[in-house]
Design a protein. Structure first.
Length: 249
């Protein structure tokens, strides 16, 4: 047993191994390794394509351009933290209502003691406060609101020195911009333009001046409603009617 030789099966296996062994050409191992790496890269790329979200090409480029056109512009950085819009609208609306009390004849006479009060409010509230609100709107980055508030603030401060018909033309130009704002601002600027034109025609007819007083009264009321609606939307998150954005042009 101790001097037994190696089993025949071991000899046969060693012989077959030595017989079937063929030396590989130089560089074969590196080529195989590169092949494995290439297959791994392809598998990873295929996996990334499967995991990536599918792109919907059904939307036409024209529709994408339209959506981008109606999208609101990105907010601009500003040092103004609050919204000066309600202040400007309230200053405009309250002063307009006080003046329309005179134009409609609801006070005793147009030259009565109420008129100096309206002049005082027109100078400081409708004029100065609205002008400051316009400056803050421009700093905030709102060109339309800043231009409108500063213009009408200057109007109230120079109430008796400016031509009403020209302000009717200017207000008509502002009305075009409100076609992309909301119904509240659309009514404010449209009724204000009508009021200016009717007041300009009041030099020929007293009834026209009285009718302009009623239209202006509705304009001032709409301005106060729009200001409060904007305030509720900013502070409470409540959206009242006629404040949702519109796009007529």
């Amino acid at each position: 047993m101790c001097g037994a030789t190696t089993p025949k099966w071991h000899e046969q296996r060693g012989a077959s191994t030595r017989t079937n062994y063929q030396p590989q050409p130089r560089g074969t191992y590196s080529r195989r390794l590169e092949r494995v790496r290439e297959l791994s890269r392809r598998e990873l790329l295929h996996h990334d394509r499967q995991a990536a979200p599918s792109v919907d090409h059904s939307v036409d480029m024209y529709e994408k351009d339209k959506l981008a056109q109606y999208a609101p512009p990105p907010p601009r950085p500003s040092c103004v933290r609050g919204n000066p819009g309600p202040v400007g609208l309230l200053a405009f609306g309250m002063t307009t209502l006080m003046l329309m009390f005179i134009e409609t004849g609801w006070t005793a006479t147009s030259d009565g003691p109420f008129k100096p009060t309206v002049i005082a409010y027109a100078m400081f509230y409708g004029g100065l406060a609205q002008f400051i609100a316009g400056i803050l709107e421009l700093i905030k980055g709102s060109t339309f609101a800043g231009t409108a508030f500063m213009s009408y603030g200057a109007f109230w401060m120079g109430w008796f020195l400016l031509e009403l018909a020209l302000w009717g033309v200017l207000t008509s130009g502002f009305f075009v911009v409100t076609l992309r704002k909301n119904f509240g601002l659309m009514y404010v600027f449209s009724s204000l333009a009508i009021t200016f034109f009717m007041l300009a025609g009041g030099v020929y007819s007293h009834n026209t001046t009285k009718a302009a007083g009623y239209v202006g009264f509705s304009c001032g009321s709409a301005a106060i409603y729009t200001a409060l609606a904007m305030l509720y939307q900013d502070e409470l998150g409540i959206t009242l009617p006629f404040i949702s954005p519109v796009h007529f042009i």
